[in-house]
Ligand binder design. Structure first.
Ligand SMILES: *Cc1c(COP(=O)(O)O)cnc(C)c1O
Length: 393
């Protein structure tokens, strides 16, 4: 039994590649080549060097003393917030830009909701001197002005998606349309463990450096590579996939995934896919998604833009379905409170996405010697305006 991908591109009954005929050649090329390219020594050397000197890896595994006293367990924070650009997303974009180069591509497209993945993509395109086009919903362009400015500063072109609700799913449709029209020279950098096979597996493998480091860091600090728990927030699921990856088949390590309940699971304003999702196809992958009875995608809601996604990657759908992972749904208010708490207890201002995972620490009755690792997926600079306008400071 493995919880990782099978050789047909599925996690249990989730995954696969459900794509229009016109994308078949692109996706097939990637599928045929991604493993052998990733295994090339020169690829590994370039990837490892950039992770070290450009991203700043390994990120620290920090023993959070005061947080540990509060929750009565040994709590470690994996500091992905210290990565260049402020979150884990750059681990994936570095890997994918190197992949695009090996595939002979010269033009990069991406979709972005809040702009975090757009910034991480624009960053690596600048680094490699590649043309970069980022599709973004027109509504999101207005809501996320600082990230739009960052992308422009980095030399990317930000193209507004004007259809539908003018948000992430519309930007994704535009990106797919672009890829169909420009199949030869273009690589599509997807930002999470979502999309058609092989994207979920490729992104999970690039992010797996997170749990690879946790293993040796815990060995040094606790004399064991395995914690009792790993906590991570889940939007599409890439930071969680990275933090879980080397523990998937270690049944003694409990995996806790935390999604956004927005205003409350049953409020109609939520992104709690593990509870509200049903089997369907989104972005080329068979997975759990929030949809109406006739298959229309339900607009998700969360205060955190990174968790505001109507589906969940197929790995996580399988972890939920098989009960390998335990999932909690955390509201906007609970996340806001947890973010203030971490800021005041440890002097670390977390991203709103991560704050959802932090709240979940209060939902488990730990044993005093439990070793807990929480993946601190990003820093909160981008969320300061939201924080300040929601607290009475
Ligand atoms: C984008 C983002 C997330 C959510 O994406 P995943 O693919 O689920 O990891 C979580 N945290 C931060 C800081 C993000 O920027």
């Amino acid at each position: 039994m493995t919880y990782n991908i099978d050789d047909k591109g599925y996690y249990g009954k989730f995954g696969g590649a459900f794509i229009p005929e016109m994308l078949h050649a692109n996706v097939e090329e990637l599928k045929q080549q991604y493993i052998s390219i990733m295994n090339e020594p020169s690829f590994q050397a370039d990837f490892q060097n950039l992770l070290k000197d450009y991203v700043g890896r390994p990120t620290p595994l920090y023993f959070a003393k005061r947080l540990s006293e509060k929750y009565k367990a040994k709590i470690y924070l994996k500091r992905e917030d210290l990565c260049h650009t402020g979150a884990h997303k750059v681990n994936n974009t570095i890997g994918q830009i190197l992949m695009a180069q090996r595939l002979g591509k010269t033009r990069i497209i991406a979709e972005t909701g809040a702009g975090q993945h757009g910034v991480a993509t624009a960053t690596v395109c600048a680094l490699m001197g590649m043309e970069c086009i980022v599709y973004m919903g027109a509504v999101d362009i207005k809501r996320q002005a600082p990230n739009v400015m960052r992308m422009k500063m980095l030399g990317a072109e930000v193209r507004p998606a004007e259809s539908g609700s003018k948000t992430l799913k519309d930007a994704t449709n535009e990106a797919i349309r672009d890829w169909i029209s420009n199949p030869k020279e273009t690589h599509y950098i997807i930002g999470s463990v979502v999309g058609p096979h092989p994207y979920p597996d490729m992104v999970a493998k690039f992010q797996s450096v997170i749990s690879e480091e946790i293993k040796w860091q815990l060995q040094e600090k606790e004399n064991t590579p395995n914690p009792d728990y790993v906590f991570a927030c889940v939007g599409g699921g890439s930071n969680a996939a990275g933090a879980f990856y080397h523990y998937l088949d270690e049944p003694n390590v409990k995996l806790i995934s935390v999604e956004a309940a927005g205003m409350g699971i049953n409020s109609g304003e939520s992104a709690a896919t593990s509870v509200l999702g049903t089997l369907g196809i989104i972005h080329g992958s068979k997975t759990l998604l929030m949809q109406t009875e006739d298959g229309q995608i339900i607009e998700p809601y969360s205060i955190s833009a990174g968790l505001d996604y109507p589906g969940i990657g197929p790995m996580h759908a399988h972890l939920i379905d098989s009960k390998r992972a335990q999932t909690f749904s955390v509201t906007d208010q609970e996340a806001l409170d947890a973010a203030l708490d971490l800021s005041r207890i440890e002097g670390i201002i977390p991203a709103l996405e991560t704050a959802h995972a932090l709240h979940a620490l209060s939902l488990i009755d730990f044993e005093p010697n439990d070793i807990v690792v929480l993946n601190l997926s990003g820093r909160g600079d981008k969320d300061l305006q939201t924080y300040i306008s929601n607290y009475d400071l």
